[in-house]
Structure formats: structure tokens, C-alpha cells
Design a protein around this ligand. Structure first.
Ligand code: FE
Length: 246
């Protein structure tokens, strides 16, 4: 069973992180799922793989009525992001899946019908959750060719998908980054290999530095908060990516 932690709350506007699962087999990469709620509706961000669906579903259900989920936001197409799609839709066939237009013909292989998918154009779009506006922010080639973050201006939270991700060793699995320099060592190899373009990275750093962000929430690893958000952006801006020896 995964742990849930409310990381933001203002009335019924909440962000709930669904993290860590001591029973998860080690051969599966660890993932964070996030639930945004507002006005009695919920949007689930990167709901995870089919293998972790039971753990995510039971943790979420303890906090929120899953039949009130309006949709899923998929930052990109990977199996650890959204291979659970068919299982969520089985439970709630009316859910919408917001995803880059680039993947809207591929992700239906995980499930859904023509009505399920809402394509996000390259420049991004607004997603409304019962009157709360969330913004899909372009993060193309970081790492996927059609890739989005999700920004909540009211909560000042950026869900950053694989950007900011870290592969944490046992014993360093806190929900928040505590010592940036120590933490970032677990993110460096991941970013060098998975992020495909220095130019895309530079544009992302410029774009995101203009947003007012209290918490930067990746899909793997720990959450950056306060000054660590800008520290991360600066670190990423300097990093050379998209190179592999071999
Ligand atoms: Fe990925």
C-alpha cells in the first residue's frame, strides 16, 4: 500500500501525493502519483503502471471517491505513466485522458475509446477542474518528444513529470528534498541520459523560471520546495544532456 500525503490544501482544493510502497517489487521503478481535487472533482496526474494500479487505487480511495475522478493527465506515453489507463476506465468509463496530440494515437493501445482522449496542442492548454484552471506547460523532449508539465497557479505547484526525477537509494526516500546537493546526485545520471536536448532544456528553464512555484513535484523521487525549486532550475540549466557513450 502506498502512502498519501496532502501537500496543499485550500478548502476543497487539494494536492495529494501518493508515494512509496514498501511492498512494491524492486524491479519496477518507483513512481509518484498526484491527485488534484477541486469542487468535488479530481484529476489524477500520471496514474502509473498496470502493476501498481491496486496500490494506487486503494491509497487514493482512502482519500477521495474514485468515481468522482474527472480525468487523467498523462505527461507522456511511457508504461510507468499510464499503462493503468484501461483499469481506471473500467472503474470509471467517463474519465477523460489529457495527453499530447503526438501520443493520442498511441496511448489508446493502453485502453479507452475515441471519446476518452483530449489532445493537448504543442503550445499547451488549460484544463478546467470544476472552475479551477490548470495549465499544461510544454516540456517537449524532456524526455518524451510530446511532453507536458501541469501548473496550478493557485497552489503554486508545478507537476514536472520526469523533470526533477531522482532514483533514491534505500534510506533516502523522504517525500521532500532535504539537502539539495546530496539529493541531486541521485538525479544527475537520470537527467543526462533521459533528457534528449540541451536546447529544449534551456527553453524549459527559461519558461519555468517565470512561473511562481512553491513546489516542483516530479514523477520519481522527492519534491523540491522553496529555494530548492530555483536551485533545481539553475542546476538543470547548467547540465549537459542528450549524450551517451557507446
Ligand atoms: Fe518516461
Amino acid at each position: 500500500m502506498k502512502t498519501t500525503k496532502t501537500i496543499f490544501q485550500d478548502g476543497d482544493h487539494k494536492w495529494i501525493a501518493i508515494v512509496r510502497d514498501p511492498e512494491k517489487p524492486n524491479y519496477l521503478i518507483d513512481t509518484n502519483e498526484y491527485l488534484v481535487t477541486h469542487g468535488g472533482q479530481g484529476l489524477l496526474l500520471d496514474p502509473g503502471g498496470a502493476e501498481v494500479f491496486p496500490a494506487v487505487f486503494s491509497a487514493l480511495s482512502a482519500e477521495f471517491d474514485p468515481s468522482a475522478l474527472a480525468g487523467i493527465f498523462a505527461s507522456h506515453q511511457d508504461p510507468d505513466i499510464c499503462s493503468s489507463l484501461a483499469l481506471w476506465l473500467e472503474f470509471n468509463p467517463g474519465m477523460r485522458c489529457h495527453v499530447s496530440w503526438l501520443w493520442s494515437g498511441f496511448i489508446p493501445h493502453f485502453g479507452g475509446t475515441a471519446d476518452t482522449f483530449v489532445s493537448i496542442p504543442d503550445e499547451g492548454s488549460d484544463i478546467s477542474l470544476c472552475g479551477l484552471t490548470l495549465r499544461a506547460v510544454p516540456a517537449h523532449y524532456l524526455h518524451s518528444s510530446g511532453n507536458f508539465n501541469l501548473y496550478d497557479k493557485t497552489a503554486r505547484i508545478l507537476f514536472s513529470g520526469d523533470v526533477g526525477a531522482a532514483l533514491l537509494p534505500p534510506g533516502e526516500e523522504g517525500l521532500f528534498v532535504e539537502h539539495f546537493d546530496k539529493h541531486i546526485r541521485h538525479a544527475e545520471g537520470f537527467h543526462r541520459r533521459w533528457m534528449g536536448s540541451n536546447e529544449a532544456k534551456r527553453r524549459w528553464c527559461e519558461r519555468v523560471a517565470q512561473l511562481d512555484i512553491d513546489m516542483l513535484c516530479p514523477q520519481h523521487g522527492a519534491i523540491y520546495q522553496g529555494d530548492d525549486v530555483q536551485r533545481f532550475i539553475n542546476w538543470f540549466d547548467e547540465l549537459q544532456v542528450g549524450i551517451v557513450n557507446g
